[in-house]
Design a protein around this ligand. Structure first.
Ligand SMILES: Cc1cc2nc3c(=O)[nH]c(=O)nc-3n(C[C@H](O)[C@H](O)[C@H](O)COP(=O)(O)O)c2cc1C
Length: 188
């Protein structure tokens, strides 16, 4: 299985990135091909809402020249896309929100072009957050579930860990084993 991990923390030393380490190791140990993208290192402009992408059939068609085109290639390569994100203001940081908004050209729903460039792919979430479990993650998870339904993607679940002691919270055997179990579940 081809797995794309989009990591949304802007921090250089990041809880979310730490949690991705055992997750990625487990994916690879079980035969997955993995691409890992730190979104904060990329230039991804906000969607302009210009609808130009909706006139272009068969390709992404966004008029903006930035790193989103490479991310779209990664999305098209992937069988499973993992949104690995800290929760910021009950959602995700701006770099990941920009990617989610810029999905528009993958769905040709609103202009003369028709079809989808990503229907059927699996989507999962790994989240880290300050508040407790579902209270922290449910707004973002609900949005992703709705985006998946709208885009005919297959939402396959969330694994999240609460930030109680910064990096150390994500280095416990419980947190790391949780990511390994989640990785194996996603590969089934
Ligand atoms: C600007 C900012 C906003 C945050 N907003 C929330 C929030 O709304 N809910 C929550 O549960 N935690 C929130 N947190 C806590 C982070 O989600 C948590 O510390 C996370 O593990 C940080 O991950 P990172 O090191 O990968 O960036 C926020 C942290 C920051 C810096």
């Amino acid at each position: 299985m081809n797995v794309l991990i989009l990591m949304g923390s802007p921090r250089k030393v990041s809880n979310t990135a730490e949690l991705c380490k055992p997750f990625m190791e487990e994916l690879k140990a079980n035969g997955a091909d993995v691409r890992y993208v730190t979104l904060a290192d990329k230039e991804i402009h906000p969607c302009k809402g210009c609808y130009a992408c909706q006139k272009v059939e068969g390709s992404y068609g966004c008029v903006q020249k930035d790193d989103m085109h490479a991310i779209v290639e990664d999305i098209q390569w992937a069988d499973l896309m993992v949104l690995a994100t800290p929760i910021y203001a009950w959602f995700c940081p701006a770099c990941m929100k920009a990617v989610l908004d810029r999905h528009y050209g993958l769905n040709k729903f609103y202009g003369k072009a028709k079809g989808s460039l990503w229907a059927g792919k699996k989507v999962a979430i790994i989240a880290t957050h300050g508040y407790e479990g579902d209270y922290a993650t449910s707004p973002f998870e609900t949005a992703v579930q709705r985006l998946c339904k709208h885009s005919k993607l297959n939402y396959v679940g969330l694994y999240s860990v609460e930030d109680e002691d910064d990096l150390a919270s994500f280095q416990t055997e419980e947190a790391m084993e949780g990511t390994r179990v989640f990785a194996r579940k996603l590969l089934k």
